[in-house]
Design a protein around this ligand. Structure first.
Ligand SMILES: Nc1ncnc2c1ncn2[C@@H]1O[C@H](COP(=O)(O)OP(=O)(O)O)[C@@H](O)[C@H]1O
Ligand SMILES: [Mg+2]
Length: 293
């Protein structure tokens, strides 16, 4: 099962996804933790260094920090050639089209989804815990995948039109139309996967009015995309003046929709395996698991 963490920057997604990963591993589950936040912070939270390769942390969690450079590189390896083949069968373009498309807006977000989806199917774990990019990017990523899917239908039609007009000599390989269709199937599979039983979303927030509004919006966006939100975690509880009123608002808003889990603000900020473990109570993990499974 894939458990994804959503919410704006600074609310504690990296911290809590790491904490949950550690708690699940403690119970004997095989856990894969992946952070696709391109402001890498897994090393701060876990207190270890990361390279491009996944590594084991905290007794049994396999963790991976995906960077933007790596995702661009992998995109080129996976799709660069296909994009070149499709593009060059229509227009007289050279291989520089690959770099051009790799730098186009949305490609990184779109491919991040593909990467997580692909990874999920390759690894052998009971839970994959996914620290998504901050809200803007995260939600954008879902919209792009949907648009991508819809536009690929148009791309195929456009291709057929052009095909009739442009006389071209083709050299072996898959038909461009088949490639476009395969991308479309892929985008559709990814969207279906995110809506499926294999994926569960959790939103992280803080007891502040502005975070409450963001949470409502993220909840609506995920629900509209057909993705069930299984819990809302209000992190860093304790301290602020407005808190009780905001917590009331959270309770009213999510009553019957998603259970609220409250996590206290601790000082100093939680990092390292042991402190991460103590930030979520075992009873909360139980409750979460009951909702997730
Ligand atoms: N419960 C908590 N108590 C105190 N500090 C926290 C708590 N949760 C997170 N933090 C701190 O808040 C900051 C943001 O957390 P982080 O997990 O990086 O958020 P995000 O991934 O959503 O941007 C970090 O400095 C982190 O150590
Ligand atoms: Mg983060």
């Amino acid at each position: 099962m894939l458990i994804s963490f959503w919410g704006k920057g600074g609310v504690g997604k990296t911290t809590l996804s790491s904490a949950l990963a550690v708690k699940l591993a403690e119970r004997g589950y095989r856990v894969y933790l992946i952070s696709t936040d391109f402001v890498p912070s897994l090393h701060d939270v876990l207190g270890v260094e990361f390279s491009d390769e996944p590594r084991e942390v905290c007794n049994g969690v396999v963790a991976e920090q995906l960077t933007e450079e790596k995702i661009v590189q992998l995109w080129k390896e996976r799709f660069g050639e296909e994009v070149y083949r499709v593009a060059s069968s229509i227009f007289p373009v050279g291989r520089e089209i690959i770099d051009y498309v790799a730098g186009a807006p949305g490609i990184v977000e779109e491919f991040t989804l593909y990467y997580v989806w692909d990874k999920f199917h390759r690894i052998n774990a009971d839970f994959m815990v996914w620290d998504t990019m901050a809200t803007g990017g995260g939600i954008r990523m879902l919209r792009i995948e949907k648009e991508f899917y819809e536009h690929l239908g148009d791309a195929a039609k456009l291709y057929l039109k052009l095909k009739g007009v442009i006389d071209k000599v083709r050299t072996g390989g898959a038909e461009p139309l088949e490639l476009i269709e395969s991308w479309r199937r892929l985008a559709s599979n990814i969207l279906e996967f995110l809506k499926s039983e294999q994926h569960r979303a959790v939103i992280v927030s803080r007891p502040l009015p502005v975070d409450f509004s963001v949470t409502r919006r993220v909840y609506a966006e995920l629900s509209d995309a057909g993705i069930p939100v299984k819990a809302v975690i209000v992190n860093m509880v304790g301290g602020t003046v407005t808190e009780d009123t905001v917590l009331d608002a959270f309770n009213r808003e999510f009553h019957g929709k998603a259970p609220l889990l409250l996590v206290p603000s601790v000082s100093p900020p939680p990092c390292g395996c042991e402190r991460l473990k103590s930030i979520i109570e075992s009873e909360q993990v139980e409750r979460l698991l009951r909702r997730l499974l």
